[in-house]
Design a protein around this ligand. Structure first.
Ligand code: FAD
Length: 441
């Protein structure tokens, strides 16, 4: 066994080191502090946790502004499967394919000169400036948290075991990969009955996505002439965003789409396929208990931030998302930790790939300049967003967001484009091709 392997084992803990001659070697190590398996190589190392839209954008921008730093992305998946554009494929929009969602992060890694480590980070030690994966410990100079979202089924009244079952039986498809493939099959095979889609409570990834998905699946059922109906359960009194545009679109799917606002799910019986929910009665101003039997479902739960944040003692908002010093991306708890993408909770930004990309490019520039001893120009540039939603196979609506500073606090100006048209549908496809090309080529 070489020194490096022995050190990996020391990370795994006592259970892994009691065989062969390793126990003796380990005994010797107990008396001294174990050196790092992956110390710094005489260069600054930026460790980025998460190789999604945010993390990959940060890596690219750092390299554009700093040629020397070692950049390492830690990503638990080994293929990038995009959420943007996935609703089009799931809803059977002509000309879309699953291949269009798939990318290899190794390609930009080769182009821009960074490394992708296919390991899940399980702990951060900010004092030692290290992060730990299942088998290794890595030192870092600066750390970027770009971990996206995790699912939280608790607001639906499901315990941990039920939550696992729910993800398997009725996948949210709110992250790329197997859930998308399964949801697509479910939609294709659904010949008749009620197909439930749920809108999450609280702040969640891509506010328009459940509405876009409902419209496209209803359009698919309609085009195929199926006796099938999408029932969209929403805890809000109207769609979270672009409400006029979505409600106008829903009206065109009469018989294929039923929108149930102010419907607050309290439990899901996974075996019987029944949703229990409280619905707000505007006349009595009270919640009334209801149940709905379904034949299949796309259960999208609430979203939450990775436990890595609180595990590392990083400050979070009252709802658990990462806090940073405005108008930049450094954690309020540690200037050597940056937080970008959906996991960020400081600003009134929607959780979108465009915002993750925009914030990632700005944060990456700040990091690159900082590591070169230059002014990081925090606040010189603020992020912007554009978010398109298809409401039929050929038409779309949109919203833009521009961040601005008002008395040192970051605000957002939104502009809505809610008259569905074909030009916006073309722009939707162009946007997707543009953002993925800018990250992956
Ligand atoms: C159906 C749908 C449609 C959407 N459409 C649009 C759209 O049209 N436009 C738009 O702008 N946005 C859209 N979005 C939103 C967009 O997908 C997200 O906002 C975007 O992915 C956020 O990027 P991120 O890098 O923060 O998170 P992600 O892209 O999810 O990346 C986070 C990565 O971190 C990794 N990770 C997490 N924890 C660890 C760990 N401990 N160790 C190692 N790796 C870890 C995860 O595996 C993941 O790959 C859509 C979302 C959905 C669900």
């Amino acid at each position: 066994m070489n020194r490096r392997d022995a050190l990996k084992l020391s990370v795994l803990g006592a259970a892994a080191v009691v065989t062969n001659g390793v126990a003796k070697e380990n005994e010797a190590q107990k008396t001294s502090v174990a050196p790092l398996a992956h110390p710094l190589n005489g260069k600054a190392r930026v460790a980025i946790i998460g190789g999604g839209y945010a993390g990959l954008s940060v890596a690219k921008a750092i390299r554009e502004h700093n040629k020397e730093a070692e950049i390492v992305i830690f990503e638990s998946k080994n293929v990038f499967a995009s959420c943007p554009y996935s609703n089009l494929w799931i809803g059977g929009v002509e000309g879309t394919s699953y291949e269009e969602l798939l990318f290899s992060p190794l390609e930009p890694a080769i182009t821009y000169g960074y490394e992708v480590v296919n390991e899940k980070v399980i702990a951060i030690d900010r004092k030692a400036k290290t992060l730990t994966t299942l088998g290794n410990t890595y030192a870092y100079t600066l750390l970027v948290l770009a971990t996206g979202i995790e699912y939280d089924y608790a607001p639906f009244g499901l315990d941990a075991e039920e939550a696992r079952a729910c993800r398997t039986l009725f996948p949210a498809s709110y992250t790329g990969g197997e859930e998308q493939l399964t949801l697509k099959k479910k939609v294709e095979n659904f010949t008749e009955g009620v197909f439930v889609i749920t809108v999450p409570k609280g702040a969640y990834r891509c506010p328009p996505a459940p509405y876009e998905r409902a419209a496209l699946i209803a359009s698919y059922f309609q085009a195929k002439g199926r006796k099938a109906k999408v029932v969209l359960l929403d805890p809000r009194d109207k769609p979270t965003t672009k409400s006029k545009g979505f409600l106008e679109a829903f009206a065109k799917y009469e018989g294929y789409l039923e929108y149930l606002p102010t419907s607050n799910i309290t439990n899901i019986d996974l075996a019987k396929k029944v949703v229990a929910y409280d619905v707000f009665d505007v006349n009595t101003k009270q919640f009334v208990k209801q149940t709905l039997a379904f034949d299949d479902a796309n259960i999208i739960p609430a979203n939450k931030a990775s436990a890595l944040l609180t595990g590392a003692g990083l400050a979070v908002t009252s709802t658990g998302w990462g806090r940073v010093v405005a108008p930049g991306f450094q954690s309020v708890s540690d200037p050597d930790v940056y937080i970008v993408g959906d996991v960020l909770g400081e600003y009134p930004f929607p959780k979108s790939a465009q915002m993750a990309n925009s914030c990632g490019l700005i944060a990456g520039e700040q990091i690159g300049r900082r590591l070169s001893g230059r002014d990081p120009r925090v606040g010189a540039e603020l992020p912007a967003n554009v978010c398109y939603s298809m409401v039929s196979p050929t038409t779309a609506i949109a919203v833009t967001h521009q961040a601005y500073l008002e008395e040192k606090s970051v605000k957002v100006k939104a502009e809505l484009f809610e008259n569905a048209d074909e030009a916006t549908a073309v722009a939707t496809k162009d946007w997707y091709k543009g953002i993925t090309a800018s990250i992956f080529s």
